[in-house]
Ligand binder design. Structure first.
Ligand code: AG3
Length: 274
């Protein structure tokens, strides 16, 4: 019998994948979790019916949420990931040569445990000695830590359920306070095709708090519309001025110095959003 999984990305559009095997499903205190194996994209983590990451395309998202801000910063030593319980962003952060400590703050400990069990390719760095894993509310954590991090990544789910507060202006203000005086943060901000209002609001909020606000995009086939955005707020460094020759050589599949520059060139319909 053939089994297919569909995420309804909007009321009118879905992505459907042929399922090889269902490894795990459960309902936690926060959300529904599913770990399935698909023919096209390999193992896939699904939270509340939305695709979070797959073996085939996870490198794009995880490299782009981490290496763009890390290379923009001149000397990042301490990084924080809010959400991101699969560990993909952490795996990328510890590739960066100046990083001394990477903290993961994920609200749902079950996501971390399931990623450790079924997605070792993605979660492999969670046991690294530079990494601290905290199971707690990211908003609470950020409010309790001031002037501490060089780079913060908001690796959240869509702005429904547990992640709503991670898209608010108050949270971006708390992020500002949690960063050191030359700190940078990046948040995943959904699809320029399907979520224009969200991107506009996020960008305006970041722009009202940080001296430098930038938007960049990349292609991620399993996310709504296949085209994704990230919003960056920076206290001092402008990613458009990064010296590309100073970017460390990294073992990556998407990110490279040319991409660091290219992703800030926005299609006109995207720059029109902000
Ligand atoms: N977090 C962003 C996933 C958003 C996808 N949305 C959707 N499928 N409707 C990814 C977490 C990976 N560490």
């Amino acid at each position: 019998m053939e089994l297919w999984y569909t995420e309804y990305q909007t009321k009118n559009v879905g992505i459907t994948c042929k399922v090889k095997q269902t490894y795990h499903t459960e309902k936690t205190q926060y959300q529904d979790i599913a770990l399935i194996d698909t023919e096209q994209f390999g193992k896939m983590l699904v939270l509340d019916g939305t695709v979070q990451t797959t073996i085939e395309d996870e490198f794009v998202y995880h490299e782009m949420i981490s290496h763009v801000p890390l290379a923009t910063h001149k000397n990042p030593k301490k990084a924080l990931v809010i959400g991101g319980g699969d560990g993909g962003a952490i795996r990328e952060i510890i590739k960066h040569p100046t990083i001394e400590k990477a903290v993961l703050c994920e609200i749902d400990g079950r996501v971390i445990e399931i990623a450790k069990e079924y997605l070792p390719e993605i979660s492999c760095a969670l046991t690294d000695e530079k990494v601290e894993v905290i199971v707690d509310d990211g908003i609470k954590y950020v409010n309790q830590h001031k002037n501490e991090f060089d780079v913060i990544m908001i690796d959240s789910t869509d702005p429904v359920g547990p992640a709503v507060g991670l898209f608010s202006k108050e949270f971006y203000k708390a992020i500002y306070e949690c960063l050191k005086e030359d700190g940078i943060f990046v948040a995943q901000t959904e699809s320029p095709f399907f979520h224009k209002d969200l991107i506009r609001n996020a960008f305006k909020n970041v722009e009202s708090i940080f001296p430098i606000a930038r938007l960049y995009t990349c292609a991620i086939p399993t996310y709504p519309s296949g085209y994704w955005s990230f919003t960056m707020g920076s206290k001092k460094y402008d990613p458009l001025e990064t010296d590309l020759d100073s970017i460390p050589k990294l073992d990556t599949k998407y990110y490279c110095p040319q991409i660091h520059k290219a992703v800030f060139a926005l299609p006109k319909f995207v720059s029109d959003i902000i």
